[in-house]
Ligand binder design. Structure first.
Ligand code: C5P
Length: 323
């Protein structure tokens, strides 16, 4: 038996970053939207002898697809940790399991790109682990609320990738409320060489703020929320905003060229996605997005320019033989 699940990338249409909290996180006011770019995670139960140790329910992790080389394949991987988190939450000692899990991730989301790729893998793995442990091992089945709590412990973006759609996020980004969105919306994602570390970008933001170099945090997302309800991409283009963008550009000044190229190509708006370095360009429709992506690819300012529609759904189990 092989279990499969998918989860999608995200873009932040509004990312307002408040002050640094005592727990080391920043208070956010953000609007997330899930994109059609997705990763697929598979869980194959395998014999206990394959286990690397008594403390984990995972025996191995294989990663293929977009920038697979950059992804850790050990217990530091968020998807691996997600499986162990579910086992712990249902009171299972990994060493008592009759079988262990082999994981396989087909990455369709840029790694360390500011698009919640690792979080999406973790959200898919949470669903897989719940299914596997309850169906094959007779463990109690976690409800949606318990799964969301585990998601929030794994990372700030994991709860959103679990739910998908278009959501307002508060707190670390884990407190979610659905937002009305009249889409579809069309995006071009310009992937950069290398990744950007999220903590490094947040630290740079604090530094720039301490030096008085940035305006006040943008803690009002109403322009984006209203534009989403209107269904008008030009209105959304005027409203999208990312407080982290100056910090990401300060660490990766080369991204200015990418943003400039998108603007020259006629994109309605361009923004650094989350903590970067992926840049996201809003377009008026699919044909427009394909033309902008072709221009960005021709200009050589991005490793890859992908077209995506939005919003997509949350993490979901797939039929075992789906593509
Ligand atoms: O939650 P996650 O593991 O994705 O966060 C990675 C890092 O990004 C945190 O350790 C923190 O440095 C930074 N972060 C933050 N404020 C948030 C979310 C993330 O400062 N709301």
């Amino acid at each position: 038996m092989t279990l499969r699940a998918e989860a999608h990338a995200k873009v932040n249409l509004h990312l307002g970053v408040g002050p640094l909290r005592e727990d080391g996180f920043h208070e956010l006011l953000t609007v997330f939207q899930s994109l059609s770019l997705r990763s697929v995670v598979e869980l194959h139960p395998s014999a206990r002898e394959d286990s690397p140790g008594p403390d984990t329910a995972v025996s191995s992790l294989e990663v293929t697809g977009l920038s697979a080389r950059m992804v850790p394949t050990d217990s530091s991987n968020l998807a691996w940790r997600a499986v162990d988190a579910v086992a712990r939450a249902v009171g299972i000692e990994p060493s008592d399991l009759p079988e262990v899990a082999r994981l396989r991730i087909q990455k369709g989301i840029p790694v360390a790109g500011g698009m919640a790729g690792g979080s999406a893998d973790a959200a898919a793995a949470l669903l897989l682990a719940r299914e596997w442990l309850s169906e094959s091992c007779g463990a109690p089945r976690l409800d949606g609320h318990a799964l969301e709590e585990l998601a929030a412990e794994l990372g700030s973006d994991v709860p959103f990738t679990l739910r998908g759609g278009t959501m307002l996020g508060r707190g670390r980004g884990e407190k979610l409320t659905p937002v009305l969105s009249r889409g579809p919306w069309w995006w071009v994602l310009a992937l950069a060489d290398g990744g950007l570390s999220t903590p490094v970008v947040f630290r740079k933001l604090d530094e720039l703020r301490a030096a008085g170099k940035l305006p006040e945090p943008a803690l009002d997302s109403s322009a984006v929320v209203q534009a989403l309800a209107s269904g008008d991409p030009r209105r959304l283009a005027e409203a999208i905003h990312n407080d982290l963008e100056p910090a990401a550009l300060s660490v990766r000044p080369d991204l200015r060229r990418t943003l400039h190229c998108g603007a020259e190509s006629g994109a309605l708006a361009g923004i650094v996605s989350g903590s970067g370095p992926t840049c996201a360009f809003l377009c008026s429709d699919e044909a427009h997005a394909r033309a902008v992506a072709a221009d960005i690819a021709d200009a050589g300012v991005a490793r890859l320019a992908l077209v995506a529609s939005a919003p997509s759904g949350g993490a979901a189990l797939l039929p075992a033989d789906a593509d």
